[in-house]
Design a binder for this molecule. Structure first.
Ligand SMILES: NC(=O)c1ccc[n+]([C@@H]2O[C@H](COP(=O)([O-])OP(=O)(O)OC[C@H]3O[C@@H](n4cnc5c(N)ncnc54)[C@H](OP(=O)(O)O)[C@@H]3O)[C@@H](O)[C@H]2O)c1
Length: 269
């Protein structure tokens, strides 16, 4: 973590952006996108060496925190350090997430189920919580949750992931209404398939697959507009809407033979 002195926030008009899961994939692409605009960045992930190599590219405008998003006190310290250095953030993006195939009938998968829900759901709340008071006081800003199309209907073989993202969508909706009128907007983004380490081993076709850089561009536009809920890309939004309308009997028949994310209860998440 950098111990640089606080900036004079009155004179610093640059965008201030705090991103979790910044060491890879979408989070890293978002960091690169905002760094390109001269933003002040707070970057969170567990793999410190990856964060450090990113921070070296943007000296003086980046602070890194090697933190697990399920560790709420550590995130609170990171938020405090970020705010002391740069001031209250304009944008907080809770992007860190994990995905693994799970099957409830295997007791060995229970730990993975718990972990996926902790990281993908609790991690969002723990990321936002320490910033809300300062952002309310500023009367502005965006709290952005990266959910997934997988949260729109349950996917077989990915019960934990689907459940965590469905819960994230509902959680973000609750928060959006809690903060209504405060000036702080809550933005829910449901990506379709994005080319990242999370999807590179998927043994099935991924329609409308987007490069992470393109995803970051599109997400940033939804964030700037303050969209309450956005499925990206639009083709996936359409597909998701159709899937939502299908009666269970048809949805179940269609999905029974759908290819699944492999189980891997041995992987440390
Ligand atoms: N790729 C897609 O097609 C897709 C589609 C829909 C939604 N999403 C969502 O988009 C987000 C980013 O995914 P991605 O595709 O970019 O995956 P990724 O390349 O695997 O990146 C995941 C990021 O989350 C971080 N992370 C994971 N667990 C963490 C923890 N406990 N504490 C702190 N950081 C943690 C990882 O960093 P460390 O390992 O260094 O901690 C990494 O930076 C996720 O929420 C994912 O569910 C992705």
């Amino acid at each position: 973590m950098s111990a640089a002195p606080p900036l004079d926030s009155d004179q610093d008009t640059a965008l201030k952006v705090f991103i979790t899961g910044a060491s890879s994939g979408i989070g890293r692409a978002l960091a690169e996108h905002y760094a390109g605009q001269g933003a002040r960045l707070g970057l969170v992930a567990r793999r410190e060496h990856l964060l450090d190599s990113l921070a070296k590219r943007w000296p003086g405008q980046t602070v890194c925190f090697s933190v697990d998003v399920t560790d709420a006190p550590a995130l609170a310290s990171a938020a405090d350090a970020f705010t002391t250095r740069f001031g209250a953030p304009d944008i907080v993006i809770a992007n860190a997430g994990v995905s693994v195939g799970t099957l409830t009938e295997h007791a060995a998968d229970l730990e993975a189920i718990r972990r996926v829900i902790e990281v993908n759901l609790f991690g969002i709340a723990a990321t936002f919580s320490p910033f809300i008071a300062a952002m309310r006081q500023a009367g502005s800003g965006r709290l952005v949750g990266i959910a997934s199309v997988a949260g729109i209907r349950g996917l077989p073989g990915a019960g934990a992931y689907s459940a965590s993202k469905a819960a994230a969508i509902s959680y973000l909706e609750s928060l959006r209404i809690e903060l209504r009128g405060s000036g702080v907007r809550v933005v829910t983004i449901c990506p379709g398939y994005v080319e990242t380490p999370m999807t590179e081993g998927n043994p099935f076709p991924m329609p409308f697959l987007m490069p992470a850089e393109e995803a970051a561009q599109r997400f940033s536009r939804a964030i700037a507009r303050g969209d309450s809920y956005r499925v990206i890309p639009w083709q996936m939004a359409l597909a998701a809407r159709l899937l939502r309308m299908l009666p269970n009997a048809i949805y179940d028949r269609l999905l029974t033979r759908a290819p699944r994310k492999p189980r891997n209860s041995d992987t440390a998440l």
